[in-house]
Write a protein that binds this ligand. Structure first.
Ligand code: NDP
Length: 273
């Protein structure tokens, strides 16, 4: 698996998302098994959040990583309404308990809320000093938010990025590249919807004898500094996603995708799901 350096540590360029996990007890065994298979396949970065299943996804992750904590890079996120000085500390404690770990590798502010950024950053830095998180970052921050944050210790910004949502290529993505700050692309498969049925992705997929989902992942990874975090429970999907790390798109492939999903010609507001 290709890796990238993120705030002093090597992480795989394809990880595993966990949104929609931990919501249905009947799915739990399959979800735990999926995360374990993903780890075996090298998808050792696991992205979760206190929001997912209202803690349920973190519980699933905790079960999946039992006995192999050191093999994974754990990402979780705090709700904006918990992003006060005391709220961050309490939320982190709850996440640590659900994840059954003593430290979160990367802790993100899920999106901007009512608390001043400086207060949240101070709370993150305190958690870092206490050894409860190793590094911190943000999510759903547009360029102006990043400039206002102005924090050299911010490890990443996790945002929506796939061919249907490529507005960040105009300003945010080049800015993060200039800062040497990796960008985590969420919903890289467009949540398994229309994107994977697009004629453009199908055409490229046929050329390489791969699937449209693999093309979508290779498309995100064509950009240096990008990490993709597809979520998959189906074991076949996990194998395909891990294999996509080796797929390289050529100029003709990129032109086919550009024709269907043109790159931004000007500023677009950051899209979120
Ligand atoms: P994705 O774009 O990752 O799509 C997930 C869907 O694609 C699932 O239905 C999955 O099916 C399917 N899928 C996975 N692999 C394949 C494949 N190889 N071929 C075909 N279908 C496939 O959507 P998500 O919304 O889950 O985004 C990814 C992750 O990003 C989230 O899980 C979460 O961790 C993070 N995220 C962060 C946000 C934020 O605000 N910071 C917002 C949204 C997401 P199946 O499960 O059946 O295998």
């Amino acid at each position: 698996m290709n890796s990238i350096e993120l705030a002093g540590v090597k992480v795989p360029r394809i990880g595993q998302g966990t949104w929609r996990m931990g919501e249905d007890a009947a799915q739990r065994r399959a979800e735990v098994a999926a995360l374990r298979l993903g780890i075996e396949l090298g998808l050792t970065l696991i992205d979760s959040a206190e929001m997912y299943g209202e803690g349920g996804a973190e519980v699933v992750v905790g079960e999946a990583i039992a006995g192999q904590r050191d093999s994974v890079f754990l990402v979780s996120k705090v709700y904006p309404h918990n992003a006060s000085r005391s709220g961050v500390a309490a939320a982190c404690e709850r996440s640590l308990q659900r994840l059954k770990t003593e430290v979160i590798d990367l802790y993100l502010l899920h999106w901007r809320g009512q608390y001043p950024l400086a207060e949240t950053v101070e709370a993150f830095e305190r958690l870092r000093e206490q050894g409860k998180i190793k590094r911190w970052g943000v999510s759903n921050f547009d360029l102006a938010d990043m400039q206002e944050l102005d924090a050299p210790t911010c490890a990443t910004n996790q945002v929506l990025y796939n061919p249907e949502a490529r507005g960040i290529e105009f300003d945010l993505l080049p800015w993060q590249q200039r800062q040497g700050m990796p960008l985590m692309a969420y919903c890289p498969l467009g949540q398994g919807g229309q994107l994977l049925r697009s004629p453009a992705l199908r055409e490229v997929a046929e050329r390489h004898a791969v699937t449209p989902a693999q093309v979508a992942l290779a498309w995100a990874l064509r950009v240096p500094g990008v990490i993709a975090i597809p979520k998959a429970v189906d074991p076949a999907h996990l194998h395909l996603n891990a294999e996509a790390a080796g797929l390289r798109l050529n100029a003709e492939d990129l032109a086919t995708i550009d024709a269907a999903y043109p790159p931004p010609a000007g500023k677009r507001h950051l899209q979120m799901v």
